[in-house]
Design a protein around this ligand. Structure first.
Ligand code: FES
Ligand code: FES
Length: 186
């Protein structure tokens, strides 16, 4: 007896439900782009190496090219299309815009989704590979440029806009801590 190769799934994307019938092998990335026309999420390598396809699943960073759509059933997915609040850019988006955190822009949706995850992870006290002292009594590490580079290292930028990306993430993180510090710093 032939086993079924398609299944029903309901993706919850940016707060909206999308019932779909998909081939079990369909990645979340292909479901977003090819089935739902949510083309803000980019395909770079399609093998988990570039970060262009980064989305948030239940608030955590995830590479959508490595995630099967059926495995994302019922989970809360945030793509770049859902980051802004109407016409109001999210502070991370605004920081990338103000500080030129991009050139061609192809990697930018993934960079921004990843930056959202970085800021949350750091605020929650998660250490990174370059955190010098991970003992609980040491308290949270500062989000230094070195920390940002390490935490964003899964997101490649072929245009080499890294210096500006680090500045944008730093400013967005600072504005998340103290909302009044959102002015552009040269
Ligand atoms: S397209 Fe997913 S990591 Fe490159
Ligand atoms: S801005 Fe062009 S790849 Fe990053």
């Amino acid at each position: 007896m032939a086993l079924p190769t398609t299944g029903s799934t309901t993706l919850i994307i940016n707060g909206e439900k999308y019932p779909l019938s998909v081939d079990h092998r369909t990645t979340l990335l292909d479901a977003l782009r090819e089935r739902l026309d949510l083309t803000g999420t980019k395909k770079g390598c399609d093998q988990g190496q570039c970060g262009a396809c980064t989305v948030l699943i239940d608030g955590r960073r995830s590479l959508s090219c490595l995630q099967l759509a059926v495995a994302a059933d019922g989970r809360e997915i945030t793509t770049i299309e859902g980051v802004a609040d109407g016409d109001q850019l999210h502070p991370v988006q605004q920081a990338f815009l103000d500080l030129d955190g991009y050139q061609c822009g192809y990697c930018t949706p993934g960079q921004i989704c990843s930056a959202l995850g970085v800021i949350e992870e750091h605020a929650a006290g998660w250490p990174s590979a370059v955190t010098a002292d991970v003992r609980p009594e040491a308290g949270p590490s500062a989000l230094t440029d070195e920390e940002i580079r390490e935490r964003m290292s899964g997101n490649l930028c072929r245009c080499g806009a890294y210096v500006s990306i680090v500045r944008a993430v730093a400013r967005a993180a600072a504005s998340a801590r103290t909302p009044e510090s959102t002015e552009v710093q040269a």
